[in-house]
Design a binder for this molecule. Structure first.
Ligand code: RET
Length: 269
């Protein structure tokens, strides 16, 4: 059970959450179009990263659409406030979405930073195992967020250990490869680390929100936090990787005009 179901919401609280969800899935739909249309701007070996961004966009779009519909059916206006209908709202859908998105987002980073061979395979395995470990222990813990009994804290702590393993490996991947890449993209590559660090930290913040701010306003803050985290860790991150891939491709002589099938006027008019 999630704390969302334990409150009634005034008009503003209910409506703001509804709007924020709409922004979330609209951003994923927009991102989907961007990644599909720009994938050819970089060399073939980086194009898989845009395809993977499109996978992330579609899965997040569907998840946020479902969560938004659950919000609509979980509360109804009783003349004074939006009160629970008996249909449960659940953040659990988010964790199912992360099952797809977390391993894929980390795989994209390995591709764009040019990690290959054994290091690529090792990185991919550690990221996937630690990612799923982080997600499913957190998933187990969030069922206890209303009473905040021992499992909430214990599963949350175990999940945090997996999270730290991921962060250490991301840091090593970024700073271990940045020197090999063209000088002009180095600041952008470092930005990948900072963007990932800040945006991913928002998720444990949202997990803890019931313990910090257990009220209807806290729920609004939590859903805003999740949405900012989703848009930054998936859409903005995907765009950043696409820009890096495009710049590195250009550096290696990839011609964008040819790649995107733009017909250039040749001679005369
Ligand atoms: C949980 C449980 C509490 C402790 C920690 C967590 C971390 C979650 C993270 C999720 C990242 C999700 C992403 C999704 C993108 O699609 C599971 C909330 C540390 C870091 C990036």
């Amino acid at each position: 059970m999630n704390v969302e179901n334990t409150f009634t919401f005034d008009f503003f609280q209910y409506t703001i959450v509804s709007h924020v969800f709409t922004f979330g899935y609209a951003a994923m739909a927009a991102g989907l179009v961007y990644f599909v249309l720009t994938s050819k701007n970089s060399l073939p070996r980086y194009q898989l990263s845009s395809t993977l961004s499109a996978v992330v966009m579609l899965s997040a779009f569907l998840e946020l659409l479902v969560i938004s519909q659950k919000w609509d059916s979980a509360f109804s206006w009783d003349g004074e406030a939006f009160s629970p209908t008996g249909t449960l709202f659940s953040n659990g859908y988010r964790y199912m979405n992360w099952t797809i998105d977390v391993p894929v987002l980390l795989l994209q980073m390995l591709i764009v930073l040019g990690v290959t061979g054994a290091a690529f395979r090792r990185g991919w395995i550690v990221f996937t195992v630690a990612g799923l470990g982080m997600i499913y222990t957190g998933y187990a813990g969030q069922f206890y967020e209303v009473e905040r009994s021992a499992p909430f804290w214990i599963w949350g702590s175990i999940s945090t250990v997996f999270f730290l393993v991921i962060l250490v490996l991301v840091y090593r991947t970024v700073y271990g490869n940045v020197g090999r890449l063209p000088a002009e993209v180095r600041p952008l590559v470092k930005a990948v680390w900072w963007l990932l660090l800040v945006s991913w930290m928002l998720y444990p913040g949202a997990y803890l929100m019931p313990a910090i701010w257990d009220s209807a306003d806290g729920v609004v803050a939590r859903q805003i936090t999740y949405t900012i985290a989703d848009v930054t860790s998936k859409v903005v991150y995907g765009i950043l990787l696409a820009v890096i891939a495009r710049k590195v491709s250009k550096h290696e002589g990839h011609d964008e005009a040819v790649a995107s099938d733009v017909t250039m006027p040749r001679g005369g008019i």
